[in-house]
Design a protein around this ligand. Structure first.
Ligand SMILES: [Zn+2]
Length: 284
């Protein structure tokens, strides 16, 4: 007869063993952090802080953004474009990773909604970092095509010309965030079709004639991070991949799906240290 106490000990040992296997497996899975920023503000500029401009939870400060980028450059990160991520990690079959990137840690910086202050603060920073470090950082912009150059209720949006400037200088990767930031799960099929088709076309029109823009608006970040089966069927006819906003890093398992690419959320309280830990594959 096996005593209850013995059974309990075996059960505990089994569960401990199982957790070690799971944790060990998790540690072996390569992860890529895709950071999702919104507006990026300069608090030394009175126009970009209270009382001139309201504060939003999703704001991030340009000095912290700079600290993050400098550290990532220092640590040898490769800043993926949306097409890089698709080609090297999702396409069937995937393109082989170029040797020079194989051993480098990977990260992706994305900025949603196309706010003008973010553009005005980020572009000069990317140029300065290029001059100082020789690293040309790619930033992925998920833009609402109908809002380009339009003053929003509170915040202005970058114009087509401004975004073109960033593309021409070689830093911006322009992708879609829908035409009008509609929640794709709450509108009719016809409207989903209109939202994604129109945004793709307008963004491509905006960047027409520029070099290296054949990948413009191939990819979409779902407004509000919201997508369902129905909307996805339509999205797939226009976009090779789709991005969520779900506080997860991309885990490079065989089960990944190009239309459910996870992103790490970033807000005003997210420290640079936390972002660096996430980029390094940490959980917290
Ligand atoms: Zn958005």
């Amino acid at each position: 007869m096996v005593s209850n106490a013995k059974l309990r000990r075996w059960a505990i040992a089994f569960l401990l063993g199982l957790s070690l296997v799971i944790i060990g497996g998790e540690l072996l899975i390569e992860k890529i952090a895709i950071f999702g920023f919104h507006d990026i503000v300069d608090v030394d500029n009175p126009q970009q802080k209270l009382p001139q401009r309201p504060e939003f939870a999703a704001d991030y400060r340009i000095d912290q953004f700079e600290e993050l980028l400098r550290e990532l450059v220092e640590r040898g990160y490769w800043f993926l474009s949306s097409q890089d991520l698709y080609n090297y990690y999702y396409k069937q079959p995937v393109d082989p990773l170029p040797i020079i990137y194989k051993t480098r840690p990977k990260v992706m910086i994305t900025i949603d909604d196309g706010y003008r202050d973010a553009h005005l603060n980020v572009l000069p920073l990317l140029e300065r970092l290029y001059r100082e470090t020789g690293e040309k950082i790619t930033v992925v912009w998920f833009v609402n095509s109908s809002f380009m150059g339009v003053p929003g209720t509170y915040l202005e949006h970058a114009s087509c010309e401004e975004l073109r400037e960033g593309v021409m200088r070689g830093y911006y990767d322009i992708q879609s965030h829908g035409a009008n930031h509609e929640n794709l799960t709450l509108i009719s099929d016809e409207d989903v079709d209109k939202e994604v088709r129109r945004s793709q076309q307008e963004l491509r029109d905006c960047l027409a004639g520029l070099e290296g823009t054949e990948t413009v608006a191939n990819h979409l970040s779902y407004p509000f991070g919201a997508i369902d089966d129905n909307a996805l069927e339509i999205v797939k006819t226009y976009h090779q991949s789709g991005y969520l906003y779900n506080t997860r890093s991309l885990r490079l398992t065989p089960f990944r799906n190009p239309h459910f690419i996870p992103r790490q959320t970033v807000n005003r309280n997210t420290s640079v240290g936390r972002l660096l830990r996430l980029a390094a594959g940490g959980w917290f």
